[in-house]
Structure formats: C-alpha cells, structure tokens
Design a protein around this ligand. Structure first.
Ligand SMILES: CC(=O)N[C@H]1[C@@H](OP(=O)(O)OP(=O)(O)OC[C@H]2O[C@@H](n3ccc(=O)[nH]c3=O)[C@H](O)[C@@H]2O)O[C@H](CO)[C@@H](O)[C@@H]1O[C@H](C)C(=O)N[C@@H](C)C(=O)N[C@H](CCC(=O)O)C(=O)O
Ligand SMILES: Nc1ncnc2c1ncn2[C@@H]1O[C@H](COP(=O)(O)OP(=O)(O)OP(=O)(O)O)[C@@H](O)[C@H]1O
Ligand SMILES: N[C@H](CCC[C@H](N)C(=O)O)C(=O)O
Ligand SMILES: [Mg+2]
Length: 486
C-alpha cells in the first residue's frame, strides 16, 4: 500500500542481511501490486518462483527486494536476504504498519476457528471492550468491517488491517490461524497473548500430504507464535488436543484445557437441550457456572468454552466471560436456522466442509429431528480429494435423504467431483445445480423432517473455473420458503 507519509527507513529493520540505508513506501510479494518506492518480496511459491518477477517489480518502481540467500538483482536496488524470506516478510509487514491492538489472540483447528473467533469477539464486546475478529468472514468489529478473502490473510493485508483497527480504537483482536497461513508464516509478527486449538481431523491433505504434517503446521501457533508469557487454550478431549497441550506446556505457556476430561481447567460438567439452546454446567477453578447458551449442538458449546478460555487467557474475568455466553449470537452460516417449510420442517445452512464437520452437524441435528434428516452437500474442487468418499459414507450413514450437489468446483470437472462422492453413497440423489438441489430437498420435506444444506455457509458465490458466480444458500432458501422459487 503506497503511503508517502509512511515511508520507513530500512535501517530500522534489524536482523536481516543487506542494504538498509533507504526508505520504502510500501511492500508486497506480488509484483503486480508494486508502486514507486516499494519493497518487493521475491518469494518461492507453490506455483511459481517470485524471483522471476524481480524485473517486473523493478520496472514498476521497487527500490528494495527481499528474497532467499543468493538473490540475483539488477544494479541499484537494495538487497535483503533472509534464510526464511516469508517469515522475514511477515515481520517487515508488522514493522511497516506499526502497532496492532494491544491484546491479540489466535485460534487454530480443523473446524471451529470462525465460530471461536466470533464468540471471543462477542465476549469481549459484552465486557465493554472494543474488539475485532479477522478470518473467513473478513474483519468484523463495531468500528470497521472488511469482506472475507483468505481465512488467514497475507501478511500485508493482515498487518494493515491490524494497524487500522488499532488506530480506530480496537484494543482486543482475535485472528483465525489456518494451517496454510501458519506454514506460510502469514501470521508471524503477531504476538498473541493467548492461542487456542479446537480439533484436528482430515482436511487439506492435498497440501500437507499427511495428517502429521497438518498437525505440525497447526502446532506452530503454540511452539513459535504465542508470546512467551502467553496462555494456551486447548480443547483436550482428543489425542491431538493432548499432544498440543504437551507442546504448549513444553514452551512454558499457561495452559487452560477445555473439555469433559476430569482434569480440564474449564470442564463441561453437564449439557442439556433447553428450548432452542442448551443449559451448561461449567466448572472452573472449583466454581460451578450454570448458564443457558442460546445455541444448540454440543460442538457450539465446545467452541463457546474455548472462546471463554481465550478471554480468560487474555486477562478477562472468568465469571464475566461465562456469563457473556448467555448473549452469544449465532455465527452466519454455522448451523443457522433460515426458516421452516409450511409443514413446519426446519431448514438450516451450515459450513461443514470436512468429514468430521459433516458428521458433527448431522449428529447435532438428529436429536431435533422426529422423522427424516435430509442433507444437501458437495465438495470443493482443487481441494483434498480423499475427503469426498469419506463425506459420502457419513452422509449415507447419518442422513435419510442425501442430495449431492456442487460446491465450488473451481478448475475441476464438477460431475467428476460428484462421482467421487456418489461412489460412497450410491443411494443419494445427484443434482449438480445447487439451487435446484436445494429446491428438490425442500419439496421433499414433510412434517417432522429437517434439512441441512452444508458446505457453503456464509459464502456469496459459486466458483466455477476462474469465475465466481453470485450464489448464496441462504438467499436461495429464503426465496424458496417465501414461495418465490430459487
Ligand atoms: C496454496 C496457497 O496457499 N497459496 C498461497 C500462496 O501463494 P504462492 O506464494 O504459493 O503463489 P504462487 O502463485 O506460487 O506465486 C509465488 C509468488 O510469486 C508472486 N507473483 C506471481 C505472479 C506475478 O505476476 N507476480 C508475482 O509477484 C506471488 O504473489 C507469490 O508471492 O501465498 C499467496 C499470498 O499469501 C496466497 O494468496 C495463496 O493462496 C491461494 C490463493 C489459496 O487459494 N489458498 C488457500 C488454499 C488457503 O490459503 N486456504 C487457507 C485455509 C482455509 C481453512 O482453514 O480451511 C486460508 O487461510 O484461507
Ligand atoms: N468444534 C467443532 N467440532 C466439529 N465440527 C465443528 C466444530 N465447530 C464447527 N464445526 C463444523 O465446522 C463448520 C465450520 O465451522 P467454522 O467456520 O467455525 O470452522 P473453521 O475452522 O473456521 O472453518 P475454515 O477452515 O473454513 O475456516 C461448522 O459449520 C460445523 O459444521
Ligand atoms: N477454508 C476452506 C473452505 C472450504 C469451503 C467449501 N465451500 C469449498 O469451497 O471447498 C477451504 O478453502 O478449503
Ligand atoms: Mg474459518
């Protein structure tokens, strides 16, 4: 971002080898965004090597280039070499934009990051703090909002947003840390006072290849990013949770475990459906808190407790944090009830896009379904193919009516993605067009049935090839329930 008022001398930057006696006006790792006076980070990527774009960047006005050791540069451009250029770039972005909100928290895990980030922001806001969350839903706060892009934004976008929030008076910020974001050092330069882990299950194996590598990507939040005197909030009721807690303890972080385990610091001692919510018995520090959570589904209670853990880990009063759970508002597109059909069957939109997410949401709805549970879902293109049959099996086992449709086929053949799923759930109905799939499912509902449309949640588009066609599950359902057609 060009900002001549904001030119900063590179000599301010310590710890990097190279020329430093000059000022830069902005920085980017995309040569197409370079402006006069910029630093260009020439990063080796997953598709191409950014070093190939140095001439383009210099032609557009770059005055400095950051890259790996042995970087080849034309004449009068400052050189900065780093052993881990992406990490150095993130620290530079943090340095360039300046202060972030005073208290930062980050959350990782296969599922639940957006929910925990939203709940943490809501708890802070209930305590009268000016707070923000950054992640899949973009930037959310009372002072500034921005639309979503990547779950963990590029370091320049992230640090620019954090600095803008700080200037606008935000004191407390929470970021989603995706596994891609963590291994690509997008969040380095953020020093979270509290970090959280929700769970680990199959996803993104196209990128990380093994579940072990995927776990280690997430573990960076605990081993490398958390502040030395920070707190680690870990959902402990799984093997991955226990391992993450060990890593946190090994670093000397203040450990706040969450779960049903008898030794959990925030123990979920009782959970009972009550009206459209749940009554929770929470034990913390030998005190029992009896609260009504206005959300249903065990997983939402678990996410809410992890959020309370983050608020406590950042110095918040435990009693106020648990009390604030009574006012939580649902997160858009996460087990969101859109309405009822004329026969009274509820229709939900949810963002389950992993096998564990789909299982979790179907199991959460089953006790609220007197007759048939129906699901519409698909799988994203250019993403882990192995999750397709796993989601097919789970849908077949846990739902009574399954409609397989499209969910962002991207560069892949949509019909081939559906075939990968249908191989594991041959009884499912195949309707590629998502609006038609939703219409078919809604028409099939009778009294006592329940429908969930999974995978796209809050999304506003269907990605086909390199085009994003406007599309929203929520809008389609609303139109159908209002009798206007899809
Ligand atoms: C696989 C992946 O994560 N790629 C991310 C990565 O791109 P890359 O560096 O590997 O890209 P590349 O195309 O090889 O290019 C290498 C370098 O050359 C530069 N370049 C390229 C072309 C040019 O003309 N000039 C130029 O300078 C690029 O800007 C880049 O710096 O770094 C880029 C900048 O931060 C990201 O935008 C990009 O995200 C892509 C678009 C993406 O789709 N990522 C998804 C998979 C992702 O990150 N998802 C996570 C997970 C969500 C979850 O929790 O489930 C997320 O955080 O959203
Ligand atoms: N604690 C949980 N355990 C299992 N499944 C969950 C949990 N929390 C959420 N889910 C499922 O995952 C979906 C996505 O939730 P959420 O958006 O909070 O996760 P996320 O980690 O931010 O996802 P993304 O990786 O896309 O950013 C939900 O709609 C629900 O189906
Ligand atoms: N953060 C996830 C979101 C997936 C959402 C689903 N609608 C899809 O496109 O696969 C990803 O990028 O893999
Ligand atoms: Mg998210």
């Amino acid at each position: 971002m060009a900002d001549s008022m904001h030119a900063r001398p590179l000599s301010d930057l310590l710890g990097f080898d190279g020329d430093g006696d000059m000022a830069i006006t902005g920085l980017t790792s995309d040569s197409r965004r370079v402006q006069k006076g910029y630093l260009f980070a020439a990063l080796p990527g997953s598709q191409v090597d950014g070093q190939g774009f140095v001439p383009d960047a210099v032609a557009r006005g770059a005055v400095a280039v950051l890259g790996p050791k042995g970087l080849k540069l034309p004449g009068d451009v400052a050189r900065i070499e780093a052993a881990v250029p992406r990490q150095a770039f993130a620290h530079m972005a943090s340095w360039f934009y300046g202060p972030s909100p005073e208290v930062m928290a980050c959350v990782t895990g296969t599922n639940g990051k957006t929910s925990v980030a939203s709940f943490t922001r809501q708890i802070w806001e209930q305590s009268g703090l000016v707070a923000a969350s950054i992640g899949t839903l973009g930037v959310e706060s009372t002072v500034m909002t921005r639309p979503g892009g990547l779950t963990s934004p590029d370091p320049v976008a992230l640090h620019e947003a954090l600095a803008s929030l700080q200037k606008a008076g935000v004191t407390h910020g929470v970021c989603e840390a995706s596994s891609h974001g963590l291994v690509q050092y997008r969040l380095d330069g953020v020093r979270p006072k509290a970090v959280a882990f929700t769970n680990l299950s199959r996803d993104h194996l196209d990128y990380h290849h093994t579940l072990e590598a995927y776990f280690h990507a997430k573990a960076r939040l605990f081993s490398d990013l958390a502040a030395d005197d920070g707190a680690a909030v870990v959902f402990i009721d799984s093997e991955a949770g226990v391992r993450m807690a060990d890593i946190a303890a090994g670093r000397g972080l203040r450990l706040i475990t969450v779960g049903r385990a008898p030794y959990a610091s925030i123990r979920l001692d009782g959970i009972k459906a009550e009206g459209s919510g749940q009554r929770l018995k929470i034990v913390y520090d030998a005190v029992t808190h009896d609260i009504i959570l206005p959300l249903f589904g065990r997983f939402q209670a678990e996410n809410a407790l992890v959020a309370a853990g983050l608020a406590i880990g950042c110095g918040g009063d435990p009693k106020a944090a648990f009390k604030a759970l009574e006012t939580l508002k649902p997160v858009p597109g996460r087990l969101e009830k859109i309405g009822d059909t004329q026969s009274g069957a509820p229709v939900f939109v949810d963002y389950a896009h992993t096998p564990d997410g789909l299982k979790t949401v179907l199991e959460a709805l089953r006790p609220h379904t007197a007759n048939r549970l129906a699901v519409v879902f698909g799988c994203g293109g250019d993403r882990d193919r192995g999750k397709r049959p796993e989601m097919g099996v789970l849908a077949q086992d846990l739902a009574d009516l399954v409609v397989v449709s499209d969910d962002n086929p991207r560069s892949e053949d949509a019909a081939a993605i559906r075939r990968d799923i249908l191989a594991a759930c041959p009884d499912a109905r195949e309707i590629g067009d998502r609006a038609q799939a939703i219409a078919f499912a809604i028409q099939s509902l009778n009294a006592g049935d329940c429908l969930v449309i999974a995978g796209k949640g809050h999304e506003q588009g269907q990605i086909i090839g390199d085009r994003i066609l406007p599309f929203s599950d929520i809008a389609v359902v609303n139109a159908l329930l209002a009798g206007r057609g899809a």
